[in-house]
Design a protein around this ligand. Structure first.
Ligand code: GAL
Length: 364
């Protein structure tokens, strides 16, 4: 009899402990999650932004009393999967994941769910699984709109004098990143009407998303595509604008243009957009090569993600401001979306230095 009672006590206790682990509804006590280990899986160190993201998320979680394990996937989807598998076997209590390939994570997200580990999709949504709890990102369609609007304004297309036609070439991000189609959709919403009126002309004829993507956001890939376009479609005429979704891609495009004497007399730089306000690109904007970038305050994004982890582990509801935009094909993932800001030569000091993102010295 005594043995039976002891066994039941043990079962009850372990059930209670398990309940506190994830849903923790009866548990207001912070102590239970204090010191829990959170796995952070970032896509690559090849871009400055993801290094900052990793460091920021780590810092935010540690300031809430968590321990962290941070890994970078070197832009290799298989490596990211095995890194996450490792984190799961190391008993992390939650995962923050910025996917390399949005569809490669289905098995590993199932393994996490089986182990009762919540997953926060960080900046890039994970597709095709119910096992993603929340999404922390920016208004990605708005990013594209800001790029499209910038081009329209810089070329004066929105004015009364109806200048043009202008030549534009279009670049998009990696086809395995869910953000790519949001950026493109936002930009095309603005640019398509001018293309329909033939005031914007894509001489290469490459306008469909599957013709203009850049695998893994690779600058060298974009450079090669821009070189090919210049050779095949610009024997006559010049490029007036390039829609680029990301600073690393813009750098590749600028190299191709430079080899074709853009930026020298008679061949002014086209309007070139970007995203992320990476240091090299802000310097390029200051020197008049790249024209614009879209700044996203990654410090805020890290805070949002850390709050999502914290609330989820405590059985509370994290702050959400979007419940409709991000359908991952299995469910609409509740999201918190931050606002991006367009930056060019006229406001980089105010936004980037004033906002404490860069110091004056960084930009020297
Ligand atoms: C996207 C992200 C962009 C940019 C790009 C390349 O997912 O939203 O800000 O960083 O990846 O890294």
């Amino acid at each position: 009899m005594k043995n039976v009672r002891t066994v039941s006590m043990v079962i009850l206790l372990s059930l209670a402990v398990a309940a506190c682990g994830r849903s923790g509804e009866d548990d207001d006590d912070r102590g239970d999650v204090e010191g829990a280990v959170i796995g952070i899986s970032m896509p690559t160190k090849s871009s400055e932004r993801w290094i900052a993201d990793g460091a920021n998320v780590k810092k935010e979680l540690e300031s809430k009393g968590y321990k962290t394990k941070l890994v970078f996937g070197e832009d290799d989807p298989d490596q990211q999967v095995s890194q996450i598998e490792n984190l799961i076997t190391q008993d992390v209590e939650a995962l923050v994941v910025a996917a390399i390939d949005n569809k490669s994570l289905n098995n590993v997200t199932r393994q996490a769910a089986d182990a009762n580990i919540p997953i926060i999709a960080y900046d890039r949504l994970i597709l095709g699984t119910k096992n993603v709890d929340y999404y922390a990102s920016f208004d990605n369609e708005r990013v594209g709109e800001l790029q499209g609007k910038y081009i329209v304004k810089a070329l004066g297309l929105d004015g009364d004098s109806k200048p043009g036609p202008f030549n534009i070439e279009l670049f998009a991000g990696s086809n395995d990143d869910n953000n790519t189609r949001y950026f493109f959709k936002g930009a095309m919403k603005i640019l398509q009407p001018y293309m329909d009126e033939k005031r914007l002309v894509v001489k290469s004829g490459q306008v469909a998303l599957n013709q203009i993507t850049t695998l893994r956001w690779d600058g060298a890939t974009a450079q090669k595509r821009m070189e090919d376009i210049l050779t095949s479609s610009y024997k006559a005429g010049r490029v007036d604008a390039v829609l680029s979704p990301y600073d690393g891609i813009s750098i590749g495009i600028i190299s191709a243009l430079k080899s074709d004497a853009y930026g020298s007399k008679g061949k002014p730089w086209p309007v070139i957009t970007g995203q992320d306000a990476e240091l090299a690109s802000v310097k390029s904007i200051m020197s008049g090569e790249q024209t614009q970038t879209v700044y996203k305050d990654l410090r805020k994004l890290a805070k949002v993600a850390a709050n999502m982890v914290d609330a989820t582990l405590k059985g509370e509801k994290p702050q959400i401001n979007d419940r409709k935009s991000y359908d991952n094909r299995v469910k609409v993932v509740p999201a918190f979306l931050l606002q991006p800001v367009s930056v060019d030569r006229s406001n980089y000091e105010k936004v980037l230095i004033g906002g404490g993102w860069f110091t004056e010295d960084d930009l020297k």
